[in-house]
Design a protein around this ligand. Structure first.
Ligand SMILES: C[S@@+](CC[C@H](N)C(=O)[O-])C[C@H]1O[C@@H](n2cnc3c(N)ncnc32)[C@H](O)[C@@H]1O
Length: 227
């Protein structure tokens, strides 16, 4: 239902049914992106809102000039990864997920349960993103899935986190923060989600003693720009 509403909203804007004053920005003139976004919703791969997809799209483009690769932890069916893949240019995109649902959670903090988002697979996401080059998949529990890879030697320009729970957010920040180049961005879904309190807790703890402010976005995302 929520996904249908997003499509209806985009189409209302595209068809100029919503009053003109709402078009006084370039977001709704970006017809190519809106068409691309609708295709992801219609493919049934989108897990987040069009505003959040838009932020991922823009940050993918705006961090082109920063050296380094791109990573996403929390891929699920590949909806947000496809937005990054479409707009990443020649950059490498590293995708981390169990591809079989949420791992163990800390029930004293998290509201998700082990196995949520089970209805995906590595093969289906590989197939969904098969038209894109330089995509690397890491199946398994993050950070254990880093073992035996060359990821420790990499630097990043943009990292998108969408893992919903405390421990996964904490371990992602611990791994990526020191590897994001100056001016690069770490974006996270669910910092403001009532259903994912562990994400905010992990960010607030991690950045307490760090120079970067946590910038909150609409709907649920936050980002930091590496200093
Ligand atoms: C909300 S979904 C991601 C949605 C996706 N970013 C999108 O917008 O289409 C969250 C995903 O995080 C993954 N996840 C959470 N913690 C993880 C961990 N420690 N290691 C690997 N995957 C993890 C789950 O398997 C799940 O697929």
């Amino acid at each position: 239902m929520k996904k249908k509403l997003e499509i209806i909203l985009i189409k209302l804007f595209q068809n100029r049914i919503i009053p003109k004053k709402f078009f006084n920005n370039t977001v709704f003139q970006d017809i190519n992106f809106l068409d691309f976004l609708i295709s992801i919703y219609e493919e049934g791969k989108a897990a987040i809102s069009m505003r959040e997809m838009h932020n991922i799209y823009k940050l993918t483009e705006q961090t082109h000039k920063i050296d380094g690769d791109i990573a996403e932890v929390g891929v699920y069916k590949g909806g947000s990864a496809k937005v990054i893949a479409e707009f990443k240019g020649d950059k490498k995109l590293h995708l981390f997920d169990t591809f079989e649902g949420m791992p163990e959670v800390d029930a004293s903090i998290d509201k998700h349960k082990k196995g949520d988002f089970w209805d995906t697979s590595l093969d289906s996401v590989k197939s969904y993103l098969s038209n894109y080059k330089e995509i690397y998949f890491y199946k398994g529990y993050f950070p254990a899935s880093l073992a035996g890879t060359n990821c420790h030697a990499l630097n990043f320009s943009f990292v998108n986190l969408d893992v919903d729970i405390y421990e996964s957010t904490k371990s992602s920040l611990e791994f990526f923060y020191g590897r994001v180049n100056r001016g690069g961005v770490i974006l996270s879904h669910d910092y403001r989600s009532i259903s994912c309190p562990g994400v905010k807790k992990a960010f607030d703890e991690f950045f307490l003693e760090k120079p970067e402010p946590i910038i909150e976005l609409w709907d649920s995302q936050c980002l930091i720009v590496k200093m």
